[in-house]
Design a protein around this ligand. Structure first.
Ligand code: XMP
Length: 512
């Protein structure tokens, strides 16, 4: 059992990020509800606990509090933002409402030596996001750092190994954040970095074996890295009792269906059922322009195709999905504020309610980068492991307006040129997602001596850490020029290419 430092979730937007950072440093971590039982934490072989930030104020009537067992625990504890305020409040300090909310960059001044700051001294840029702050430290704690607005920006009780920071060490804007977390894990908690993401594979294989027994499993492949890694793990666990289903819905990129089929059959030797459903999908989408309507139709079609396949393979009780840890965290946190629906995301393999199949989710504790590491370990080709994400509704949400076969072909060609040039320029791996979009407008152009009135292709390339926010990639002008020239010359019906220079927010990554 690896050492762990779990994170208790008090609702911060960056709580998941703390877990990721801890794992990146070679220590296992999970995000647990703030009122988790001690036994659940102890079962993870904990060496310490981290308390996340959160939107509440300790004096609000329904504010989430520290669980009783934690107040008397012998485990080291690091409180972050609201987590620090809770430590203070629970141990007899005083927390007050600030006159103004502090949000964004601040300059931290380290004022005392501690295991937490180690060799970090002097002034350090940090990221703040809080309404309340600590006015009086609890007994036994001493101040470790301050900012101009916050006198106790960090505190510590060395005897008890309890520390608190008002800022967020998990975000990249806190440049010494990684070192602070490292000090907490190794100098304070005494961890030895005995965990790495590839350990997930052995663990997941054993879990699948135990869950499935002698039964058969159906796995929907999307062509993306998640479902492929899920399939490989299950295949290792139960061999040929796994059947993969790949639906060619006609909304895929150039050569994609052939590549998926070939890799699975010839390279990975996993049985694959391919369902040709292009006509069915295109018929259902005919004349539909509304983005949400497109998503709904495609989601439902997938389910119908899937139901048909499952009926044909009668004795299958288990359905595999490539659900990742962030999805699990989101779906099990009812007290997290639900935002408005921006887009109805869906993944291939959405569970038909009347199918009565039991879910197998071998990736349910993994982040995307850990899935990639597992993919490499399991022999998935590098080109697949590093493939950019592709939305479940496929090219349908990259064709603005109605989807027709001809428009799909236009977009496929333009997209393939963009990808080929991006790879040739060695920039595919440094952009996290790039693609072409077919716009519903035509514009005037001149080709040779003639007038054209033809379609516009928009190119989109982004850089991002987590796809929640993104910036547009500063691609070199020469590359853009080459892609543009090739598209207007090689793709019939296109006379104009534009580059999308919007970040997310306010734009989303996909156009629909
Ligand atoms: P947005 O457009 O919401 O996209 O900024 C964020 C990330 O999610 C991908 N995306 C989807 N993935 N099913 C998926 O599996 C979907 O319906 C879907 N819609 C968007 C998008 O490509 C980007 O990586």
């Amino acid at each position: 059992m690896p050492e762990s430092v779990p994170v208790l979730d008090f609702g911060s937007q960056t709580a998941q990020l703390i877990v990721r950072r801890v794992r990146e440093l070679g220590v296992y971590s999970e995000l647990l509800p703030h009122d988790v039982a001690e036994a659940t934490v102890r079962a993870l072989n904990p060496y310490g606990v981290i308390l996340s930030g959160g939107p509440a104020s300790v004096y609000e009537p329904d504010a989430p509090m520290l669980p009783d067992w934690l107040i008397t625990t012998d485990l080291p504890v690091l409180g972050i933002c609201y987590g620090m305020q809770l430590q203070s409040y629970a141990l007899g300090g005083r927390v007050v409402r600030s006159t103004r909310r502090e949000y964004g960059p601040a300059m931290l001044e380290v004022i005392a030596h501690s295991l937490l700051f180690g060799t970090i001294t002097g002034e350090q840029p940090v990221w703040m996001s809080h309404g309340d702050h600590i006015e009086q430290l609890p007994p036994g704690f001493h101040p470790l750092a301050r900012t101009t607005d916050v006198p106790f920006a960090a505190m510590g009780n060395d005897a008890r190994h309890w520390y608190g920071v008002q800022f967020h060490p998990e975000v990249v804007h806190t440049t010494c954040g990684r070192d602070i977390l490292r000090n907490f894990l190794f100098a304070v908690c005494g961890c030895t970095a005995n965990w790495q993401p590839t350990q997930f594979v052995a663990q997941a294989v054993a879990q699948v074996r135990a869950q499935v027994g002698n039964e058969r499993v159906l796995c929907a492949l999307s062509g993306g890295v998640d479902s492929a890694v899920a399939a490989l793990i299950i295949h290792q666990a139960i061999g040929d009792r796994l059947t993969c289903v790949f639906v060619d819905n006609g909304l895929l990129r150039q050569g994609e269906a052939e590549q998926v089929i070939k890799t699975f059959r010839d390279h990975l030797h996993i049985p694959l059922v391919t369902v040709q459903a292009t006509e069915e999908f295109l018929a259902a989408l005919e004349g539909v322009s509304d983005p949400e309507e497109k998503r709904r139709i495609i989601g439902e079609r997938f389910i119908r195709v899937f139901e048909r396949e499952a009926r044909q393979m009668q004795d299958i009780r288990f359905l595999a999905q490539g659900t990742l840890y962030p999805d699990v965290i989101e779906s099990r946190a009812p007290d997290r504020q639900k935002g408005v629906t921006i887009k109805t995301h869906h993944n291939v393999g959405g569970l038909p309610t009347d199918m009565q199949m039991i879910l197998v989710e071998p990736l349910r504790y993994m982040f995307k980068d850990e899935v990639r590491a597992a993919g490499v370990e399991l022999g998935l080709p590098e080109t697949w492991v590093w493939r950019h994400p592709f939305p479940g509704p496929g090219l349908a949400v990259r064709i603005l307006g109605p989807v027709t076969w001809q428009r799909l072909e236009t977009l496929r060609q333009a997209d393939a040129i963009f990808m080929a040039e991006l790879r040739a320029a060695n920039l595919y791996r440094t952009t996290q997602q790039a693609f072409a979009v077919l716009l519903p407008i035509q514009s005037v152009g001149v080709m040779g001596d003639g007038r054209t009135y033809a379609d516009t292709i928009a190119l989109r390339a982004i850089t991002t850490e987590d796809y929640m926010t993104a910036d547009w990639a500063r691609l070199p002008y020469d590359l853009l020029a080459r892609v543009s020239s090739r598209i207007v010359n090689e793709v019939e019906g296109v006379n104009r290419v534009v580059y999308d220079v919007s970040s997310k927010p306010p734009a989303t990554i996909e156009w629909e």
